[in-house]
Design a protein around this ligand. Structure first.
Ligand code: BGC
Length: 909
């Protein structure tokens, strides 16, 4: 029997129809074909062909998996012969249910192998030759300061070539040391920005591949590119660029265009010494400082054929070195939104403050119609001061200034190689009155798709969820960064590891973090220490607890959230080296040495009282238990046993050193209890006591948080998992600082770095460290999905194979609803309290079973949509009472209703 549905959403290496993929066997995934049919996938067949015609007659002439039993629909690894570089491949999949019903074949998807490894590149690196080109900023731009002197104009490159008749397809493979924008015959190539993204350029460069067939014509064609300094040689991080000498002095370009003809021949057009270079209108372009344009200086038609480049300069061409060049495995950075201003406020003659109503990362697009030679200057900031002026002190040395000298007539002004963190812009020099139609903000980030939604009856909580997402968007720029505005914008490991699970609930971040794990392992030091930031900027900072541990926590989280072992398998050696690094320095199972910068529970309000070696030891045990789980899943059973023994030994040492016989954990801080409980370090007889002490520690702070970057991610999950959801809500409902609500009441539209970034009494926190867009304290998002809405999975499950749907109504919430797009399909949970009744509706995807727990004061009388009572009644969860009606359900929609249990019933503080 055939069913009239087919697998969809086909992905190769987590990307849709990629034009170049990482070396190694491609991994295929798809969405369940049997959606709506409520039948499980029991078997599947994947066909791969090198010719679309072959595939259309159901021949996998490159690989035919055969009919394989299994309900897996992701990470199905290619097992055929070696795949050819540059070759397009076509693939499709069909599936069978247990009863033998067969789905239709999916639509055809494609992947291409890209250009291959370093050896396949015949192009030369080309750059602007300082010895030939003399650019004097003072002559070209008028008086400039030291910062501008440290920047150079963006080099433009051009080259003409012929295309014969009968072109079949063309692919551009391109990368840069710096940022590139590629042009063909007068048009921009692709819609990605800030390419090629950030890696440790001395170790690994990533290239992008573009299908440019339709941009070419028979006869003469022109290819061009502009380069920006970017992460490669721009001002970046908190070390000034030259003394930091991050990666190099000048941007360079490497590109190869592959032309394939219908007659079976092909040719390459590559960067080499025949290319020409010059500067155009971009006088400088820097990530932190901003961009300066002298409009009109772009020679008309420089990127089209027939342009007279007689007076352009020869390039400096040099051969490639051995740095590996890999296909970009992550999602591209794109402009994902265009935002209109909320208000425009002239503050003095020729100066207007524009408020976009949203703190964001990106840049502005401004329409202008002016006489030539007018300077329009835009400063970007996250806040206004008490006088309504732009507040920029917290940017430290980052300038975030874009400047455009007009060329006369109507123009659209927009930078190419910089980005800013801002809500407000101060525009000076605009001719006439700036109106809302003339200016918009472009939102820029790695294009990670939405994978989850959350909404509830409390608008402030909804705003908090929105703010978390905006901070995610603002800080996922090729790597997960701490902040997008000041002179930092670095891939801090601690921030990323505490936030990764929240991020994965909200957006599909698998490919993004998979790419970043390459940065993390590239940065790993000889000693085995993971660094504090990745890509590393030549710093020796490493080994910091809760920061370096990201090297284990992130691959594990990707495994849990997506069910994939690929990242963990790839990083396994690096993770093992990290474990050895810690063990080598700490033979007594207490992690007290090699703690590097040892940030502790960073930015805990007031004083960080949690002993750093306590936090460090807890994380070591946590790492060991996650390693054990991953090793088991990877079939490395000896390692699994070793790491489990290690985790037990560390937990024992932890208890001996930091826990007394009444379950008190040294320092008595919320974070100390939270990590001890979350990381399962306490023996059963102390567990309940410690939970009680945690609740006291919250109460003693007047129901405020005292957690910094680390404790904040775990405290609400720990409270809910231990029967204190009411206390969790009390923290969520707290209005005075430190709390999540406080910044929102001050108008926050993103997550702040500090609980008290701005207070009514004191104004701004110290400008030395006060970002208004820092996602770490937004790691509470995980709790919304996992606990409030209850979309979780059983402890032994990965990728939501065994869903645990256990909502935690409470606080002042009347209803909550969430979805999460799991690898198996969408999981949905929505509950509502109405009078004394709690109703719950859930949706479970195909190939998945779920255990549903409905809390109730009368669980025996809970009913599902068919009037059936629960399978069991659970009175205890671990060692606290719950009173839940429990059902086992399969795919489809299910509804339950029962008497509402007041969340604090039976609990004493
Ligand atoms: C960053 C943080 C980071 C920290 C290390 C700060 O400057 O902005 O987010 O994790 O340094 O403690």
């Amino acid at each position: 029997m055939a069913i009239d549905v087919a697998p969809c959403d086909l992905k190769c290496n987590y990307l849709t129809n990629p034009l170049a993929i990482r070396d190694g066997a491609p991994a295929f995934s798809w969405s369940s074909p049997l959606a709506g049919a409520a039948i499980r996938q029991h078997a599947y067949q994947v066909l791969v062909a090198n010719d679309e015609g072959q595939l259309s007659v159901d021949s996998g002439n490159v690989w035919d998996s055969g009919v394989r039993e299994g309900d897996t629909c992701f990470d199905v690894l290619y097992e055929g012969d070696t795949l050819e570089p540059l070759q397009p491949y076509y693939w499709k999949v069909c599936t069978w249910s247990r009863t033998g019903a067969r789905s239709g074949w999916s639509d055809t998807a494609t992947f291409e192998m890209g250009i291959g490894g370093t050896g396949a590149w015949t192009a030369s690196w080309i750059s602007w030759d300082d010895h030939v080109i003399e650019f004097d900023p003072a002559t070209e731009m008028g008086p400039v300061d030291a910062v501008a002197l440290g920047m150079a104009p963006a080099p433009y490159f051009r080259h003409e070539f012929d295309v014969r008749d009968g072109l079949d397809c063309a692919r551009l493979y391109i990368t840069a040391r710096g940022l590139y924008e590629a042009r063909l015959n007068g048009f921009r190539v692709g819609d990605a920005v800030l390419t090629p993204g950030w890696t440790d350029y001395s170790v690994r460069l990533q290239y992008q591949a573009y299908d440019v067939t339709s941009m070419l014509c028979s006869g003469s064609n022109a290819m061009g590119a502009m380069l920006g300094d970017g992460w490669y040689c721009g001002y970046f991080g908190f070390l000034p660029k030259r003394s930091g000498a991050h990666y190099g002095e000048h941007p360079e370009l490497l590109a190869q265009l592959h032309l394939r003809y219908l007659d079976g021949t092909s040719e390459w057009i590559a960067t080499d010494k025949s290319w020409k270079t010059n500067w155009g209108e971009i006088m400088h372009a820097d990530p932190l400082m901003g961009e300066c344009h002298f409009s009109g200086l772009d020679p008309t038609g420089w990127d089209t054929a027939g342009f007279d480049d007689e007076r352009w300069f020869p390039v400096l061409a040099r051969g490639r070195d051995t740095t590996s060049i890999v296909a970009d495995p992550g999602p591209p950075i794109r402009i994902t939104d265009v935002i209109a201003p909320r208000s425009l406020c002239p503050i003095e003659s020729g100066k207007t403050i524009v408020d976009f109503g949203q703190n964001l990362t990106g840049w502005l697009r401004i329409k202008v119609d002016a006489e030539g030679g007018r300077t329009v200057r835009i400063r970007h900031g996250e806040a206004l001061d008490a006088n309504g002026r732009l507040y920029v002190e917290n940017l430290r040395t980052a300038r975030q200034i874009d400047e455009f000298v007009t060329s006369g007539g109507p123009q659209v002004l927009e930078p190419h190689f910089t980005w800013h963190g801002f809500r407000y812009a101060e525009v000076t020099g605009y001719p006439g009155t700036l109106s809302a139609e003339d200016i918009s903000a472009l939102v820029v980030h790695s294009d990670v798709e939405i994978a989850g939604t959350f909404e509830c009856s409390d608008p402030i909580v909804n705003q908090l969820h929105t703010n978390i997402d905006w901070s995610l968007r603002g800080n996922f720029i090729s790597v997960p960064t701490d902040c997008p505005q000041r002179d930092e914008r670095l891939g801090w490991l601690g921030d990323a590891q505490i936030f990764v699970r929240t991020a994965a609930y909200r957006r599909d971040v698998l490919a993004f973090f998979d790419k970043w794990l390459d940065d993390v392992t590239d940065a790993q030091l000889e000693s085995g220490a993971f660094t504090d930031i990745a890509p590393n900027l030549g710093l020796e900072w490493c080994g910091a607890p809760a920061w370096g541990d990201a090297g284990v926590v992130v691959p594990w989280t990707l495994y849990k959230m997506y069910g994939t072992l690929q990242p963990a398998a790839r990083c396994y050696d690096a993770m093992s080296k990290w474990m050895e690094f810690i063990a080598n320095g700490n033979s007594d199972h207490l992690r007290t040495r090699h703690l590097g910068n040892n940030y502790g529970d960073w930015l805990a309000p007031g004083r960080d009282e949690t002993p750093h070696e306590l936090l460090a030891t807890a994380y070591w045990a946590y790492d060991a238990s996650l390693m054990s789980e991953l090793a088991t899943a990877l079939g490395r059973h000896e390692d699994a046993a070793h790491y489990q023994d290690l985790a037990d030994a560390i937990a024992k040492a932890f208890v001996e050193s930091f826990v007394d016989e009444t379950g008190r954990v040294t320092s008595n801080t919320q974070t100390a209890y939270t990590v001890a409980l979350f990381m399962k370090l306490l023996p059963a007889h102390l567990h309940l006591h410690a939970v009680g002490h945690l609740v006291e520690a919250v109460r003693d702070r007047g129901w405020h948080l005292s957690t910094g970057f680390v404790g904040v991610g775990y405290i609400l999950p720990v409270l809910s998992a231990n029967g204190y959801t009411d206390v969790a809500y009390r923290l969520l409902d707290q209005e005075t600082f430190p709390s999540w609500r406080y910044p929102i009441q001050q108008g926050a539209t993103t997550i702040w770095e500090r609980w008290d970034g701005w207070t009514a009494e004191r104004g701004f926190q110290s400008p030395h460290m006060n970002s208004f867009n820092h996602y770490a304290l937004g790691s509470v998002g995980e709790w919304f999905y996992r606990f409030v809405a209850g979309i979780d999975q059983h402890a032994e499950s990965a990728g939501f194979q065994r869903v645990l749907l256990r909502p935690h109504p409470g606080g002042s919430l009347k209803w909550a609803a969430a979805t999460h797009q799991s690898r198996h399909g969408p999981i949905r949970s929505s509950w509502r309290c109405d009078g004394g009744t709690l109703s719950l509706s859930v949706n479970i995807p195909e190939n998945v079973t779920a255990t549903v727990h409905l809390p109730s004061s009368d669980p025996a009388h809970v009913q599902d949509q068919s009037g059936r009572g629960p399978l069991v009644i659970e009175e205890f969860c671990g060692n606290h009472s719950v009173n839940e009606a429990v059902y086992e359900v399969g795919p489809g929609e299910h509804r339950f209703v029962g008497a509402l249990r007041h969340p604090s019933a039976g609990q004493e503080w």
